[in-house]
Design a binder for this molecule. Structure first.
Ligand SMILES: Cc1cc2nc3c(=O)[nH]c(=O)nc-3n(C[C@H](O)[C@H](O)[C@H](O)COP(=O)(O)OP(=O)(O)OC[C@H]3O[C@@H](n4cnc5c(N)ncnc54)[C@H](O)[C@@H]3O)c2cc1C
Length: 480
């Protein structure tokens, strides 16, 4: 019998482990040091708890190490390439000798290191016990952690499970070939490939397609569905699709990948569209078909799991009393800022403070050029659910600031209910990820479109497009 199994059985029989190497006793034990886990640790210790945080890799999880931050750091490099390419339009003869991608990757690594240290310092300042090692839940009160120095047991009154997600690897012939990579490896390329096939047109696939195309890589995206960005408003996704095609990205939609082969020139991806077998040669393949939630370390607990998602209630409590979960592991939108909030809510409830998330106002952002950001209701969903909405729209081509920036593509769309209360918004356009907070605040405060239409927005700014879209909901946009 394995050591873990023995421990689990002994625990159930109420035995005490006086002979074990190391026992740690805390109020709250947290498994996973990503956005959900480290925020939960900070919040719980703010509330007076003695906390232990277990992380097998690096603090900050996917977001800081192989997700949000590294992708945006590299995006800045490719945005700079685009700016140099377009520089003549602005009266400057920019000249690009070559791209040193290794320097871009090093810059990205330095940013990660700085932020990583920041998270560590925050946790240390809060006196959180940090354990580096792979943890497993032995029971609802004990984690076993395999550290470099041996096994440590963390005994806790309450648990918070925040083990996150990993790239989903589909079963396709040739998936294990060299140069078939996931987003994790794509962030650490020594040099840019001449061409790449990206399998999957979800957020991760589309962000990499945009980034690599800007850097001069020939990009082909193969997607099973007949559209990109399935979770986004279809009009916003279509607008971005047109822009990305104009930039030179090839899209194969309603296409199913059958296998990947090694060729003399590199790789070739076979796929079918409408029963027709086709083939796309390339140097690398990026697999971006989704994320698999890290449930395995939690198998020692009788948790309610549906379709690989850990089920929690609105207070982030699982079906087991005293065991909470937060972040990607609980499914829904896999977003770092949602994970932050869920971590906070889990910690508060574990500490006896009833709190929950406002799930009507969860913004999501896609960092392409231009960006897409959305919050709340979409027109597609309103149609599906039979909700009658008023829609106001304003195009960036009519916004002075957008024209000065040379970023005239996209629009702001605002959805309001019959009482003109804002219930949704989508932005395709420059700095959409920054602009969306105004609409998120409006939804959070249940503000009416008339309030934003009457609010003075500074001129010239991109935010005037929100003012105008709200004016449009009220039938009184000025520059439309
Ligand atoms: C390429 C990419 C780009 C992204 N960009 C964005 C973005 O721009 N904006 C956004 O909001 N979201 C983005 N995301 C999603 C975001 O990274 C996740 O939603 C977020 O990291 C989830 O946080 P989490 O704490 O739930 O899980 P994770 O970040 O996955 O953290 C879980 C942690 O638990 C640890 N762990 C797991 N099992 C164990 C174990 N048994 N023992 C010890 N430790 C364990 C893992 O090592 C990991 O560090 C992106 C994701 C990817 C892949």
């Amino acid at each position: 019998m394995s050591n873990h199994l023995q421990l689990q059985r002994d625990y159930k029989k109420g035995r005490v482990y006086m002979d074990l190497k190391k026992e740690i006793f805390v109020d709250i034990g947290i498994l996973g040091g990503g956005p959900a886990g480290y925020v939960a640790a900070i919040r719980a210790s703010q509330l007076g708890a003695k906390v232990a945080l277990i992380e097998e890799k690096e603090l900050g999880g996917v977001c800081l190490n192989v997700g949000c931050i590294p992708t945006k750091a590299l995006l800045k490099s490719t945005d700079t390439i685009s700016a140099i390419r377009r520089s003549k339009e602005f009266g400057i003869n920019g000249y690009m000798e070559n791209i040193s991608w290794d320097i871009a990757v090093n810059r990205k690594n330095r940013i990660i290191k700085t932020l990583n240290m920041g998270v560590r310092q925050l946790l240390e300042a809060k006196k959180v016990t940090l354990l580096k090692g792979r943890g497993t839940a032995l029971s609802d009160k004990i984690f076993s952690v395999q550290t470099a120095e041996g096994v440590v047991h963390v005994h806790c009154d309450k648990m918070i499970l925040t083990t996150g997600a990993s790239p989903l690897i589909p079963t396709i012939n040739g998936i294990n070939l060299n140069n078939v990579i996931t987003s994790n490896e794509a962030l650490n390329l020594d040099e840019l490939p001449e061409s790449i096939v990206i399998i999957g047109a979800g957020v991760i696939g589309i962000e990499f397609a945009n980034m690599l195309c800007s850097a001069g890589v020939k990009v082909t995206v193969i997607e099973l569905m007949d559209r990109i960005l399935a979770s986004e408003d279809s009009e916003a996704a279509l607008e971005l699709l047109k822009i990305m095609k104009r930039k030179g990205i090839t899209f194969k939609l309603s296409a199913s990948v059958t296998d990947i082969q090694k060729t003399d020139a590199g790789l070739a991806v076979s796929y079918t569209v409408g029963g027709k077998a086709l083939n796309q040669p390339c140097k690398k393949v990026l697999v971006a078909v989704g994320r698999k939630l890290n449930i395995k370390p939690l198998q020692g607990l009788p948790l309610e799991v549906k379709k690989g998602v850990l089920i929690v209630n609105e207070n982030m409590q699982t079906n087991i009393k005293g065991v909470y979960a937060a972040g990607d592991i609980t499914g829904g939108k896999l977003l770092a800022h949602l994970a932050f909030m869920e971590g906070k809510v889990a910690a508060e409830n574990a500490m006896g403070i009833k709190s929950k998330i406002n799930d009507t106002a969860i913004p999501s952002c896609i960092y392409t050029n231009p960006e897409i950001a959305s919050v709340g209701m979409t027109e597609d969903r309103a149609r599906r659910e039979g909700v009658v909405v008023k829609v106001g729209k304003f195009y960036f081509r009519n916004n002075g600031r957008a024209l000065t920036l040379g970023e005239r593509e996209g629009f702001v769309k605002v959805l309001a209910d019959q009482n003109n209360i804002i219930i949704g918004g989508q932005i395709v356009g420059p700095h959409a990820s920054e602009l969306i907070s105004e609409l998120t605040l409006a939804i959070t405060l249940k503000a009416k479109a008339s309030v934003l239409a009457d609010m003075i927005h500074p001129h010239p700014t991109l935010s005037e497009a929100i003012w105008e879209a709200c004016g449009d909901v009220m039938g009184r946009a000025i520059h439309k």
